[in-house]
Design a protein around this ligand. Sequence first.
Ligand SMILES: [Zn+2]
Length: 283
Amino acid sequence: MPDPPADSTPQGLAVDVLAIAAHRDDVEQTCGGTLLRMASRGLRTAILDLTQGEAGTRGSAEERAREAAEAATVLGVGWRQALDLPDGAVENTLENQLKIVRVLRQLRPRVVILPYWQARHPDHAVVASLGYQACFLSGLTKPPAVGPTAPSAAPAVRPIAPAAAPAVRPTAPVARAEGESGLPHRPFKIVYASLYADVRPSFIVDITPFIEQRHQALLAYRSQYANQPVGGGLFVPEEEIRERTFAEARHYGLLAGVRYGEPFVQKEVGLVDDLTLLPVQTL
Ligand SMILES: [Zn+2]
């Protein structure tokens, strides 16, 4: 096992990578392979879903909670919870930012993955700015407060314990500090998962060894993806999900000269130390 992160604090143990998404199963579709790859390197990964899926055409929020926990196990994720933002009506408000700040201060991630800021689903686009502002606020010693009547951000889902997943060593469980808001913490890096967006990625993560396991994680959402009459006009058949998701991963993999990949956008430029170690062949 790797050494514990150097910046562990009494306020909560650090995770290396936290993926924040609007809906349960967004992470599985856009950066699940990346989380698997990070876990295989001994890094601690976590997922924060902002809604619980009550507005979905198929399945209930309770079903989706169970499925999300199962998917997290497959992804080797040590911590996953869902906030209570309204599904389909996620808004970038101070109150919602502060709900995320509490999680950021508890988990203290070095890297945060957000959805790309242009998206067909309004929730995805909002989470890009909502999450970004939360990351900023989380670093302030005195973030603005909302009134005392603000509802608690008590997550509706218990943290899950990591369980053995084939081929990937689960990340170490993250000790929870249930206390108050914790010390300020600003993530070092924010990257945007851009698989849903028609935009040229800044970089690709090679997920070739993890593509089958990522697919397994997605299929954990049986209420969404198992063939059934409800929502038949909206949802693609189960057998087509594999074809579509593998084709997307193949497309992004090809851009970087690997078999399967997941795309990301970063706002910063890259910094290079040694030109001879630059990956991705030109010709
Ligand atoms: Zn979504």
